[in-house]
Write a protein that binds this ligand. Structure first.
Ligand code: PBG
Length: 348
């Protein structure tokens, strides 16, 4: 049977007709019919962005100085303890509902002890933002790379490897510092095994069973973090993060990592970076019913911003297309340095 006749067999009613009828012209599916006008296109659109989808990552340096530009991320600044309140208010004004805070302390040491103190930078920056914007969902990134002098995401053992379980102990302390200071959610990004279970236990026994955990559950050892490391001052002295962050080649393992965090009690899962890993995001969407976040990381931001500055593409158009792609692939939440710019465009 030729291809046309084969197809016709699948059209309801056709099979009952005589063989002669099978030679009628096929009803033609014309995909362009629903694209003819803007209103038609609006009616059949499957995915939409809203300012409530975004989480705005903010860098906060110690002290009351001026904000300082980050060379590799034009338009993004290291705020200070004096400037962070205004930025948070601005973010709220643009329609954003959540920020993620990254601290850059003056005093770094081998274990990141500044972040374990109730009056350290981690605690103070959370308090500043909560005072300025009580309704803002303030998320605390929990990790040690910004707070240690070696730049690794935890405590080192005598051979210079990150000691998983010793780091978990410190992460528990860090989580308590963050929530006592007013953080609404904690987001461990260090990729230690057992992090979610350990933090859930510490929070629950400390009277914080109502605080959700967003796990950086599938985080790749990515070169797209380059600009962040300048921004947060956490370039590695030596070595790399490949013994705890994931191999970019591994898709199945990416699902295992996230599902493990779900089993340990994570409330929100994440895939990071974003755009190069949309396949992972889409597969994870099929595998879990938890809310999913995607992180459009510093290198992704830098690529779009620098290309736009060079006149190679239209920034707002490319920005919105890239953010929409996360939603289409299955993200409920999007961490992006473009958050206020996108929220303003959507709010118009
Ligand atoms: C670790 C952390 C990193 C990022 C967020 N949290 C850096 C890393 O793992 O090396 C990267 C974010 C970005 O590139 O925008 N605390």
């Amino acid at each position: 049977m030729d291809r046309v006749r084969q197809l016709k067999r699948h059209i309801p009613g056709v099979m009952e007709k005589s063989a002669a009828d099978l030679d009628m012209p096929l009803p033609e599916r014309r995909m362009r019919r629903l694209r003819r006008t803007e209103n038609l296109r609006d009616l059949v659109r499957e995915t939409a962005l809203s300012p409530a989808d975004f989480i705005y990552p903010l860098f906060v340096a110690e002290g009351k100085g001026e904000k300082t530009p980050i060379g590799s991320m034009p338009g993004i600044f290291r705020e200070s303890e004096a400037t962070i309140a205004a930025i948070a208010k601005d973010a709220a004004q643009s329609g954003l509902k959540a920020v993620m805070l990254f601290g850059i302390p003056d005093r770094k040491d081998s274990i990141g002890s500044d972040s374990l103190k109730s009056d350290g930078l981690l605690a103070r920056m959370i308090q500043r933002v909560k005072e300025a914007c009580p309704d803002m969902v303030v998320m605390a990134d929990l990790c040690f790379c910004e707070y240690t002098d070696h730049g690794h995401c935890g405590v080192l053992d005598k051979d210079g490897h990150v000691d998983n379980d010793a780091t978990l102990n410190n992460l528990g302390q860090q989580a308590l510092v963050a929530v006592r200071a007013g953080a609404d959610l904690v987001a461990p990004s260090g990729m230690m095994d057992g992090t979610v279970a350990a933090l859930r236990h510490v929070l629950d026994s400390g009277g914080f069973s109502h605080i959700p955990l967003m796990a950086y559950s599938t985080k790749f050892a990515s070169h797209f973090y380059g600009p962040f490391r300048e921004a947060a001052g956490c370039a590695l002295g030596k070595g790399n993060r490949k013994t705890y962050q994931m191999d970019p080649a591994n898709g199945r393992e990416a699902l295992l990592e996230s599902l493990q965090d779900e089993a340990e009690g994570a409330d929100i899962l994440m895939v990071k970076p974003g755009m190069p890993y949309l396949d992972v995001l889409a597969r994870l969407r099929e595998a879990t019913s938890l809310p999913l976040a995607a992180y459009q990381v510093s290198g992704e931001y830098a690529m779009i911003r620098h290309a736009a500055l060079a006149g190679a593409l239209n920034e707002n158009d490319v920005m919105m297309e890239s953010l929409l792609a996360f939603k289409r692939a299955g993200a409920d939440l999007i961490l992006s340095y473009f958050a206020p710019q996108a929220a303003r465009l959507l709010g118009r």
